[in-house]
Design a protein around this ligand. Structure first.
Ligand SMILES: Nc1ncnc2c1ncn2[C@@H]1O[C@H](COP(=O)(O)OP(=O)(O)OP(=O)(O)O)[C@@H](O)[C@H]1O
Length: 374
């Protein structure tokens, strides 16, 4: 299974740039996800690999074979790229049975009659639907239709699988089951896969590596753990998982620890950082809810111990989610303890927080959710 190499990809629609210098390499057999908010350019990137979109500039090679090289005006037709594709809509032919849906891509590729039958059986068997080959799409559940679409993409042994939000039409429970099933299948087949989603849970649980995109640019590429634990920007921290953000000013930085005076609180917190900053610089401190510890104890010990008040408490099954008032901020924290009330202490170590240059709480919406009147 080949390596996918995308280099210097740009795409403009009229005057609007929707892809701005996209570069990445996907290793053989890797599950690679393009993750980002709606309109950031994920599908345009995927469709450029598929040959459904023509990049304005850049190059794409798969297994060393050039698919696109705009300098040489080379654009390989979609049907010659041998890629398997599944879209959000499944796009099954409604008037054809499951088997007939799978015949079509083989007929286009002029596969012999005997080979057709064995390939169809094998593909349906792979997705666990060989017994439903005579049904029409309307006689199948959403999850089954999605599996047929996948079987149809696999039936001609594509070199790479391209999946554009294939689970988003399924209800939450089925989506979770399908996710686990899809991951097992991909590992079993060892097929290089490019997956598009705006769902961070899906990206984290399925991918070997994730590329996070915003406004046509690639902000960070890394393993799910790297993206979650070491987000490159505050925007990535906000988009992948929940995060508390506090703006402030740097007091001093030495020995890998920054002292930051938080706006609207007057409090100084210590945060691990290797950034090149000077006193007075505006910064943003980010802390995941699960990295904060709440304790009623007045003797709480830690590098950062902040006096707060419980505003809200919600039971969410495995834990409690608290909203705590800290100056004019509402801090989101999770705890197994459901009995915290009134004045409590918030404790965290410098390594539990992240520091970013500039005072930037990622979106107005996020800021609104996390701020109350002082
Ligand atoms: N044919 C087109 N003509 C003009 N603009 C387009 C066209 N196709 C896409 N766009 C614009 O390009 C940008 C990127 O679109 P794209 O579909 O790649 O985003 P996306 O990240 O996949 O979003 P979503 O998750 O909503 O599908 C969007 O602003 C979109 O409106």
């Amino acid at each position: 299974m080949p390596e996918v190499h995308v280099s210097g990809l740009h795409k403009k629609f009229g005057d609007v740039t929707v892809l701005d210098n996209i570069n990445f390499t996907i290793k053989e057999g890797e599950f690679f996800t393009l993750l980002g908010p709606s309109g950031c350019g994920k599908s345009t990137t995927l469709n450029s690999i598929a040959g459904l979109e023509t990049p304005t500039s850049g190059s794409i090679t798969v297994g060393g074979v050039p698919f696109v090289d705009t300098e040489k005006k080379l654009y390989m037709p979609t049907e010659e790229r041998n890629l398997g594709m599944v879209f959000q809509s499944y796009a099954l032919w409604p008037h054809m049975t499951v088997e007939q849906n799978l015949v079509m891509p083989l007929a286009i590729r002029k596969v012999s009659k005997e080979e057709k039958a064995s390939r169809i059986h094998e593909a349906l068997d792979t997705v666990g639907l060989a017994h439903l080959k005579d049904r029409f799409p309307h006689q199948l559940s959403g999850g089954q239709q999605q599996r047929v679409a996948l079987a149809r993409a696999l039936v001609y042994s594509p070199s790479v699988l391209l999946l554009d939000e294939p689970l988003s039409n399924l209800d939450a429970k089925l989506r979770e089951q399908s996710r686990a099933w899809l991951k097992r299948l991909q590992v079993e087949l060892g097929i290089t896969t490019v997956y598009v989603t705006h769902d961070q849970d899906e990206a984290l649980s399925l991918s070997d590596r994730i590329a996070v995109m915003f406004e046509g640019k690639m902000t960070q590429i890394g393993t799910p753990a790297e993206i979650y634990e070491k987000p490159a920007t505050a925007a990535v921290a906000a988009f992948v998982g929940s995060c508390n953000f506090f703006t402030g000013a740097l007091e001093q930085i030495s020995g890998g620890t920054a002292h930051v005076r938080l706006d609207n609180t007057g409090l100084v917190v210590k945060v691990a950082s290797t950034l090149d900053l000077k006193p007075g610089d505006a910064v943003t401190v980010a802390v995941r809810p699960e990295r904060l510890r709440i304790t009623p104890s007045a003797n709480a010990a830690g590098a950062n111990v902040l006096e707060t008040t419980v505003l809200t408490r919600s039971y969410v099954g495995s834990r409690y989610e608290y909203g705590l008032k800290l100056g004019s901020n509402v801090v989101q924290v999770v705890s197994p303890d459901g009995n915290l009330d009134g004045g409590v202490r918030l404790v965290f170590e410098p390594e539990d927080a992240l520091l970013y240059a500039g005072a930037s709480v990622p979106s107005a919406e996020a800021q609104e959710l996390m701020t109350v009147a002082a």
